[in-house]
Design a protein around this ligand. Structure first.
Ligand code: ATP
Ligand code: MG
Length: 385
């Protein structure tokens, strides 16, 4: 009788070639992130660890895992199955449960017992061991699952919930615009939840921002790395000061924010091309602040031909804060920092930017602006986190 974690993933919509890729990536993400020995048998992912003495919460950071169970692997032998079922029940009883049922599944037809027999024999054995337990087939407090496979069986009770989503690495690659705030790290988490590998791009403005800002951004990237299936996160730090100063001196102040963000989008697109990423993610949420109106988003997004994805667009600030606490980036985000853009922007930015006007302004300054953006891009520094 051996302990394993039995990992299950959602199978909806996974067919043919996709399914194989999904499984391979999921297995290698678990291996890379946890360092555990993982095998794939009979359509199940088995993590070969002693769950009593390991930190199994790691598995709940692997996207693609629907649920997982502390299980026993036993030989195809009824006595062994019974023994495992008794062990599984013991720990349930310790947490105060009083009713149960046995639920057998059998994909191996040559095993001498059918599903009905397994339920009956194993149930009787559990009752013999724990006479105060009762069987309740309709609404049991715990279920003892017995899965009979080709050459072994798995016995387990609880299913613990995984994070769901798709394994990071199955959804392509994107650039995450990572500020030091609360929102954009959460947006990065949602990107990874859908299987997307992210590279982070942060605009800094030396000498106004210094070492602390860089360190904060690195900490945030490190926080996100917890969910990347063990992959490194590439963080690009791009100094934007000359662009910001030039805009400040050459554009109407109410439009500065929009123009800055458009420069960011163009630089992000350049980076995306270089690293073969196919979308840009931001932490914007519709209406959260005056600058995040639909009109302004449209005026900003116009600067790039890549899809701009805003996973937080439908979330309230309260929900975003809760999520950032859950995923562990909140404490980093709330550390004080100098906000790159607001330093250069008046308090009353336009809330309904007119795209035609934005384009007119840019047309007048485009030569110099393009040059400064290129210089910023060239000075970008890459940190592997
Ligand atoms: P956040 O909490 O993510 O900072 P926010 O509520 O402060 O967001 P804004 O400052 O309007 O909102 O920024 C909107 C989005 O633009 C951010 O979520 C981020 O994706 C991007 N962004 C803003 N500033 C920067 C920056 N300095 N570097 C990279 N991306 C940025
Ligand atoms: Mg911000």
């Amino acid at each position: 009788m051996k302990k394993v974690l039995l990992v299950k993933y959602a199978e909806i919509g996974l067919k043919g070639k996709n399914r194989k890729e999904f499984e391979d990536v999921l297995v290698s993400n678990i291996k890379r992130f946890t360092g555990w020995n993982v095998s794939w048998r009979w359509g199940r992912i088995l993590v070969n660890i002693d769950w009593e003495n390991e930190d199994i919460s790691k598995i709940s950071k692997i996207f693609g895992v629907q649920n997982f169970s502390k299980a026993f692997v036993v030989n195809l032998d009824m006595k062994e199955i019974e023994r495992a079922a008794v062990e599984v029940s013991r720990s349930e009883i310790e947490s105060g449960k009083e009713t149960f049922k046995v639920k057998a599944k059998r994909s191996q037809k040559s095993f001498e017992y059918g599903v009905y027999d397994i339920n009956r024999v194993v149930g009787a054995r559990i009752l013999q061991e724990f006479p105060r337990l009762r069987v309740d087939v309709h609404n049991p407090e715990f279920v003892v699952n017995v899965e009979v496979k080709e050459s072994e069986a798995y016995v387990y009770a609880n299913k613990l919930r995984g994070p769901g989503g798709l394994p990071v690495g199955t959804g392509g690659k994107a650039v995450l615009l990572l500020s030091g705030g609360i929102d954009s790290p959460v947006a990065g988490w949602y990107a990874m939840k859908r299987g997307v590998v992210i590279s982070a791009l942060s605009f800094i403005s030396p000498p106004y921002t210094g070492k602390e800002t860089k360190e904060k951004l690195i900490s945030l990237a490190r926080g996100l790395k917890e969910f990347s299936g063990g992959r490194n996160i590439h963080l690009y730090l791009c100094p934007l000061t000359p662009v910001l100063e030039f805009l400040k001196d050459n554009a109407p102040s109410r439009y500065l924010l929009i123009l800055q963000r458009r420069s960011m989008m163009r630089i992000a697109e350049k980076l995306a091309k270089k690293i073969k990423a196919s979308a840009i993610y931001t932490g914007e949420s519709v209406g959260q602040v005056a600058s995040q109106t639909l009109e302004n988003m449209a005026a900003i997004e116009d600067a790039t031909s890549l899809p701009v994805i805003r996973p937080l667009s439908g979330m309230d600030k309260v929900e975003i804060v809760e999520k950032s606490k859950d995923i562990g980036t909140y404490e980093i985000s709330i550390q004080p920092q100098i906000d790159v853009c607001s330093m250069f922007v008046p308090k009353n930015p336009v809330t309904k930017a007119k795209l035609s006007f934005v384009k007119e302004i840019e047309a007048e300054i485009s030569e110099k602006l393009t040059k400064l953006e290129e210089e910023s891009f060239a000075m970008m520094e890459k940190v592997i986190v």
